[in-house]
Each structure stands twice: as structure tokens, then as C-alpha cells.
Write a protein that binds this ligand. Structure first.
Ligand SMILES: Nc1ncnc2c1ncn2[C@@H]1O[C@H](COP(=O)(O)OP(=O)(O)OP(=O)(O)O)[C@@H](O)[C@H]1O
Ligand SMILES: [Mg+2]
Length: 255
């Protein structure tokens, strides 16, 4: 079943030259779709259109068959969780309070957190390895710990679609792998941008490549990650072979 369906999407910030054009994309239930492309190719802009932050100039974004832009921000927040590159202003919040913010779309204005909310928060923090740091101020965490706290907030939101903008930024190799394993284990429809092509090849079910606002390729990692495409899109020569242990494509840049 398709959770997210994007059709004929275009976006232009000033009504002139579109920065995204002619985008068709589907993310199925349980699928991790990786979004690749050079700096400035439009990855973050496309994600923003998909989580109802930036209204496309043309086309449709549907979640479970419903037009996202005809629904309220709250409707969207009950279904779509987002982990971004930037960290939010934390206003002195502790880690568990940041995670608990994920419950907000599901609650009334004056509802306080109940036992079920607290259970979800503890479970999510344990899942991202931050159980011990629950009482720490968010501001004191390292970059990687902050990233994991924000994933916990997204989990607490119990979304149907997860959107991640460069989720492994700031993470050391162990936590890059752990975070992506955790994301994969959630089994949610997930759309995530990546710069690390080897990580994307290892974890994503399918990949798509943006170049100057247009989708150049969509397919399995082996279909998409060819030396020709990498040369064309990134202007860098690469050796593409198969990972000897795992079977997915492996990229070695030729310097
Ligand atoms: N609100 C805006 N107004 C004008 N131009 C914008 C706006 N938002 C983004 N852009 C431009 O759109 C292009 C795509 O930006 P975007 O942030 O989507 O790229 P990206 O693929 O996420 O890049 P990166 O890999 O560096 O994160 C850039 O040239 C950027 O300057
Ligand atoms: Mg970006």
C-alpha cells in the first residue's frame, strides 16, 4: 500500500523558475526510500513539501490517499513525524521533555502527560539508547545524542510516515549504523535524504536521485548507483562494485 504519493509536484519560491519540477514519487508502507542528490538539488525542499511545511506550486501530495494540503497541520502532525538537520530551540527542556513533545498533536491544549505518554517516552528513549540521559538538559547533549533524542520524539509521535533530513549527520559510525537499524526496524514508510551513498545503499529499499530539482533516477540501490550516474550527478568518478559481505552496491570514490 502506498502511504505517500507525490504527483507532478513543482515548487517555486518566487513564482519564477521552479526549484522542483515534475516530481512523481511513492513511498510504500514499510519502505525506506532514500533521497540523494548534490547540495542545492532540492532534497530538503522536497521533504518540506511532503510534511506540509512548504506548499507546492503545482501537483499533489497524498498521505493514505488524502490530499495533505487540504488537511490541517494538526491532521498532518498526527500522521507524519520529521527529524530535521537543524536542532530546535530547546527553551531549557530536558531530554524526556523534548521527546514528550511528540505527543502534542495527539492531545488537547490543556491535557497533561498521562501514564501512557510517559510509557511511550521511556520506551522511545530506551530504544535510541538515551534512557540514562532522560533527565539531562537537551542543550547539554552532543550532536549525535541530540539527533537520537529527536528520533525518540518522532517515535513518540507514533507516525505513519517518517521524514528524515540527513539523519546520520553528527553521528559516529556506530550510531550511524544503530540509528539506521532502528529506523529500519520500525517498519514505517520512511523518506530520508542522505549524502553518504554507501549508507543509503546498505539500508534503503529504493533510492531516488534529485539533480537541479528534477528526479533523475528511481529504483533499487543496484539500479540507481551506477558509475555513469554518479559521474553525471556529482561530477566525481567512482568505482561501483558489490559489497563482499552483504551484496549491496559499494561506492569507492576515485580521487
Ligand atoms: N525559500 C527559498 N527561497 C529561495 N530559494 C530557496 C528557498 N529554499 C531553498 N531554496 C534554494 O533551493 C535550492 C535547493 O535547496 P535545498 O535546501 O532543497 O537543497 P538540498 O538538496 O537539501 O541541499 P543540501 O544537500 O545542501 O542540504 C537551493 O539552491 C536553495 O538556495
Ligand atoms: Mg538539505
Amino acid at each position: 500500500m502506498q502511504r505517500l504519493r507525490i504527483r507532478q509536484l513543482a515548487w517555486s519560491p518566487n513564482g519564477q523558475q521552479p526549484l522542483l519540477d515534475d516530481i512523481d514519487l511513492d513511498v510504500a508502507d514499510g519502505e525506506l526510500l532514500g533521497l540523494l542528490g548534490p547540495n542545492g538539488s532540492g532534497k530538503t525542499s522536497l521533504l518540506r513539501c511532503a510534511y506540509r511545511f512548504q506548499r507546492p506550486s503545482a501537483g499533489r501530495v497524498e498521505l493514505d490517499g488524502e490530499a495533505l494540503w487540504q488537511r490541517s497541520p494538526r491532521w498532518c502532525a498526527q500522521r507524519v513525524a520529521v527529524v530535521l538537520q537543524e536542532f530546535p530551540q530547546d527553551f531549557g527542556l530536558r531530554v524526556h521533555e523534548v521527546a514528550a513533545m511528540g505527543r502534542t498533536p495527539h492531545k488537547g491544549l490543556f491535557d497533561s502527560d498521562d501514564a501512557e505518554d510517559q510509557r511511550l517516552v521511556s520506551e522511545a528513549l530506551a530504544r535510541v539508547g538515551l534512557g540514562e540521559l532522560a533527565q539531562q538538559p537537551f542543550a547539554c547533549l552532543s550532536g549525535g545524542e541530540k539527533q537520537r533524542a529527536l528520533l525518540a520524539r518522532a517515535l513518540v509521535q507514533q507516525p505513519q510516515l517518517l521524514i528524515l533530513d540527513e539523519p546520520t549527520n553528527h553521528l559516529d559510525p556506530r550510531y550511524q549504523l544503530e540509528l539506521l537499524r532502528q529506523i529500519k526496524a520500525l517498519g514505517l514508510a520512511t523518506l530520508a535524504s542522505f549524502h553518504d551513498l554507501n549508507l543509503a545503499a546498505a539500508f534503503c529499499d529504493r533510492l531516488c536521485v534529485l539533480d537541479r530539482g528534477r528526479l533523475l533516477a528511481v529504483g533499487t540501490p543496484a539500479e540507481v548507483l551506477t558509475a555513469e550516474l554518479l559521474q553525471q550527478v556529482f561530477g566525481v568518478q567512482a568505482l561501483v562494485d558489490t559489497h563482499p559481505l552483504a551484496g549491496y552496491p559499494r561506492i569507492t570514490w576515485i580521487l
